[in-house]
Design a binder for this molecule. Sequence first.
Ligand SMILES: [Zn+2]
Length: 117
Amino acid sequence: MVRSSKRSCIGAAPSGSSSGGNRKDPVWKHSVEVEVPGGKKHYVYLECKYCKKVIKGGVKRMKHHLAHTKKNVAPCKEVPEDVTNEFVDYLSKGTKNKHLAQAQSDERLIQVPILIM
Ligand SMILES: [Zn+2]
């Protein structure tokens, strides 16, 4: 986790579920949605929390930005290596295994208290 000492207030979107996107996506931990007045309303603009680059075209491109795949988007220069690895891993797995992985981690959480005793 990289914590910047300076807290810059970037005109973040108002709290609340305005657009109702898929907020479970890990990409939201590393970027914020931005609204661009006069832009194409149906596009999601994402601002990278690390390099402040605004990515047009939604979460998919932001993932590629963070994962340094260089697919249709410039790689992030500021993102920590472990985050890059997380997204490289995420993209290589694809979305197929996402639900499975979540179910497995839920099971592990339930088992942990028993093991501690
Ligand atoms: Zn970036």
